[in-house]
Design a protein around this ligand. Structure first.
Ligand SMILES: C[S@@+](CC[C@H](N)C(=O)[O-])C[C@H]1O[C@@H](n2cnc3c(N)ncnc32)[C@H](O)[C@@H]1O
Length: 323
């Protein structure tokens, strides 16, 4: 898997996330969003040669970067790479007999900088590329399928619910009119049409297509359903005193994480993956969780200056209590 640009990603809240997991040599850890391997590297250092890290990413480009970066650790068995979505994490850990044995499970949700910057992936409204937006380009619908095929009603709902765009309907109607003339193929055609069709303040820092592109990306990749699946796997997979740390970048995701962590801390089992073979006694143990920080951690001034893309990052951490 190659691209027109090098794979360069600055890891967000690196030390905060790693410190929050309480890892010691010999532990098992899972990085659910390995990307360029920034957090994975830190996990490997902390669990040491007697521990084991499982690194997950559904993007074949990230997989090829990770294989090259961690050839030694893959060879020694200290690291295992899995090209699966979050919704398969519980099953993968169950197959390896690792349910209830993980000390640190982490995720840094969303897309990486290189995914965003590679025009041919179609994630960016500022770069001309095909309307794709799939993290795993081997399957699923594209952003083009949505804007060329969905009804005005369905697009309006999508732009409103996942983009929180107050002009959702106006944009959906403009898309319908334009595609009758010529189907959308390129990101810039869509971004220009949106810019021409909405009222926006001249000095607004946000491009008028920001919200629609966010909504399309969330839908194409099933991002919220995937996050729900990840949150369901937290309870069963952690060992006692194990911790889960998740970084998110927009309010829809942060809200899901906050609510799922709160539900775990309050003893609800609705956020637990029902497909796992766990007994009633184990279910009872799953009810004991502590939220480590009532308020999420955010990047400090130094990190923001070095990496402006970290500006909306929020880190939340939960711990499974012991006996
Ligand atoms: C923000 S990047 C992670 C960057 C990484 N922490 C680092 O330091 O390099 C998020 C990564 O998670 C992957 N990803 C996002 N959602 C996923 C899902 N549902 N299943 C598997 N991988 C996913 C993306 O392909 C992307 O490479």
């Amino acid at each position: 898997m190659t691209s027109s640009i090098p794979f360069e990603h600055i890891t967000v809240l690196r030390e905060e996330l790693l410190d929050s997991l309480g890892l010691t040599p010999g532990d098992y850890a899972v990085d659910c969003t390995a990307g360029g391997g920034g957090h994975t590297q830190g996990l490997l250092e902390r669990v040491g040669p007697t521990g084991k890290v499982i690194a997950i990413d559904r993007d074949p480009w990230a997989q090829s970067v990770l294989k090259a970066r961690f050839a030694k650790e893959l060879e020694s068995g200290q690291l295992e790479l899995l090209a699966v979505p979050f919704s398969q994490i519980s099953a993968e850990l169950s197959q390896r007999n690792l349910v209830g044995k993980i000390q640190g499970l982490c995720a840094d949700i969303g897309v990486s900088s290189p995914q965003l910057d590679a025009a041919e992936r179609g994630f960016s409204f500022a770069k001309d590329g095909p309307l794709d937006m799939r993290m795993d380009q081997t399957q699923g619908i594209t952003a083009g399928d949505i804007v060329n095929g969905w009804s005005v009603q369905d697009m309006s709902r999508l732009f409103r619910d996942y983009g929180e765009d107050p002009q959702a309907r106006r944009i959906a109607q403009a898309i319908e009119r334009e595609r009758a003339r010529k189907p959308f193929e390129r990101t810039l055609d869509l971004a220009d049409l949106i810019a021409a069709s909405v009222h926006y303040k001249e000095r607004s820092r946000k491009h008028p297509a920001t919200r629609v592109f966010q909504a399309l990306r969330i839908e194409v990749n099933g991002e919220l359903r995937e996050l729900e699946a990840l949150l369901e796997s937290v309870g069963p997979t952690l060992k006692e005193n194990g911790r889960c740390a998740i970084i998110s970048f927009h309010s829809l995701e942060d809200r899901l994480i906050k609510l799922a962590f709160r539900a775990l801390a309050e003893g609800h089992t609705k956020h637990i993956d029902k497909r796992l073979p766990i007994t009633a006694v184990e279910i009872d143990k799953l009810k004991r969780f502590t939220i480590i920080k009532p308020f999420p951690s955010i990047p400090g001034e130094i990190e923001l200056e070095k990496n402006p893309r970290s500006r909306s990052a929020k880190l939340r951490v939960i711990e499974k209590r012991g006996e």
